[in-house]
Design a protein around this ligand. Structure first.
Ligand SMILES: [Zn+2]
Ligand SMILES: [Zn+2]
Ligand SMILES: [Zn+2]
Length: 334
C-alpha cells in the first residue's frame, strides 16, 4: 500500500465549532495513522486573519502540528473553502516535484459556518490538472444538516482520484469518521499503476513537462567531478565530456547517461523522471531520450551504471529530524 502525505484542511469557525475538540480528534487521527504506516506524513491548513497558513513541508512529527494548532487556536479566522482547497492543491504540486511514489490526500473538515461555494470552478480546474496524479479528496461535514453545496462537493471529489463525503453531528462521530479516514486509499481505476510510458493525454503531458525542471549545465568542471551514473569524465554512452546537474541537489551527470535511468523511472512520459539521488522531478530534452532509445546513439548497451537505489522514506525521515519546520502564510487573490 502506497505511503501517503495527508493534508488536513480545517474549514471551521472557532465561534461555531470547538477548536479543542477538533484538535483532540486530529491528534488521535494522526497518531492512529502514523501507527499504521510510519512512512505517512502530515500537514494542516487553517486560516488566520491574514490568510491561509500551513507547515512548509509535510512532516512525520505530527505532534508539531498539534502544537501549532494549539498555539493558534484563539486566532483561527473564518476560512474560505475554495481558497483553502486551492492552496492545498498548489502545495501538493510543489511537494510532488520533490517526492516520488506518494499518494496525496486532502481531508477537509467543514462546519456549517461556511458561506456557499461559488468558486468551485477554480478548484476543479486545478483538480483536473492533477488528475493524472494520485490526489484524493475527502470531506467530513461537522453538523451540516441542510447542505446546498453537496453536489458541488461531490463534483470536486469526483474530479479527484476519489474520496467520500461524510456527515457527523457529534465529536464521537467525528472520531469514528477519522478512524475510517486513517485507512489507506486504493486506486481502483487509473493509469498510475501502469508504470513508465503509459499513454497520457497531450494536455496532461504538457502539464508535467512544465512542472519538471531542466537539468542545468555545469559551467566549471573541476578535476574530480565525475558523472554519477558512469563514474567517468567521458560518457561511454555518447562520448560527451559535458556535465549537467540536478537543480535541487547539484549532483553531476552526463545527460545521455541519465537516459537509462529515465527509461526505468519516468513518470509516464519518457523524458520526465526523478533525480536518482534526491527524487526531484527533472526532465531531459525529448529528442535526446528518443535518439538514444532508438539506437541512433551507439554503445548504449552494456555500460556499467554506478547508481544505487536510494530509500526515499529513510532520506525523508533523516531530513525531517534535522530541521525546524514553521508555518508559512499564503496570499489569496480571491
Ligand atoms: Zn523542461
Ligand atoms: Zn556518464
Ligand atoms: Zn537531485
Amino acid at each position: 500500500m502506497a505511503s501517503e502525505d495527508i493534508l488536513v484542511f480545517l474549514a471551521v469557525d472557532k465561534e461555531f465549532t470547538s477548536m479543542d475538540a477538533i484538535i483532540k480528534s486530529l491528534a488521535d487521527f494522526f497518531q492512529l495513522k502514523a501507527s499504521k504506516d510510519p512512512t505517512d506524513r502530515f500537514n494542516v491548513v487553517f486560516f488566520l486573519d491574514q490568510g491561509p497558513v500551513f507547515l512548509e513541508d509535510f512532516t512525520f512529527q505530527y505532534q508539531l502540528l498539534v502544537d501549532k494548532l494549539n498555539e493558534n487556536k484563539d486566532k483561527v479566522a473564518k476560512p474560505n473553502l475554495e481558497g483553502g482547497l486551492f492552496i492545498a492543491l498548489t502545495f501538493i504540486l510543489d511537494i510532488y516535484k520533490l517526492v516520488s511514489g506518494k499518494y496525496f490526500r486532502i481531508l477537509v473538515i467543514r462546519d456549517a459556518s461556511m458561506p456557499p461555494i461559488t468558486k468551485d470552478f477554480l478548484v476543479n480546474g486545478l483538480l483536473d490538472k492533477v488528475s493524472q496524479m494520485p490526489v484524493f479528496l475527502d470531506f467530513i461535514d461537522v453538523g451540516v444538516y441542510q447542505d446546498d453545496d453537496e453536489q458541488k462537493i461531490l463534483n470536486m471529489i469526483n474530479t479527484s482520484r476519489g474520496g467520500e463525503l461524510m456527515y457527523v453531528t457529534t465529536f464521537q462521530e467525528l472520531e469514528d469518521a477519522l478512524k475510517r479516514q486513517a485507512e489507506k486509499k486504493e486506486i481502483e481505476v487509473g493509469l498510475w499503476d501502469k508504470g513508465p510510458n503509459f499513454d497520457m493525454e497531450y494536455e496532461h503531458k504538457r502539464f508535467f513537462e512544465d512542472l519538471a525542471s531542466d537539468l542545468q549545465p555545469v559551467e566549471q568542471v573541476t578535476g574530480d567531478m565525475k558523472c554519477t551514473v558512469c563514474f567517468q569524465s567521458t560518457s561511454p554512452v555518447c562520448g560527451t565530456d559535458a556535465l549537467v546537474q540536478c537543480p535541487a541537489c547539484k549532483t553531476p551527470f552526463h545527460d545521455c547517461c541519465l537516459v537509462s535511468w529515465a527509461e526505468q523511472s519516468n513518470i509516464g512520459i519518457g523524458h520526465v523522471f526523478r533525480c536518482p539521488i534526491c527524487f526531484y522531478l527533472i526532465d531531459l530534452p525529448e529528442f535526446l531520450v528518443q535518439d538514444i532509445l532508438n539506437g541512433k546513439e551507439e554503445s548504449y548497451e552494456g555500460f556499467e551504471s554506478f547508481l544505487e537505489e536510494i530509500d526515499q522514506d529513510a532520506l525523508l525521515m533523516e531530513r525531517d529530524k534535522k530541521r525546524e519546520l514553521d508555518l508559512v502564510q499564503k496570499e489569496l487573490d480571491f
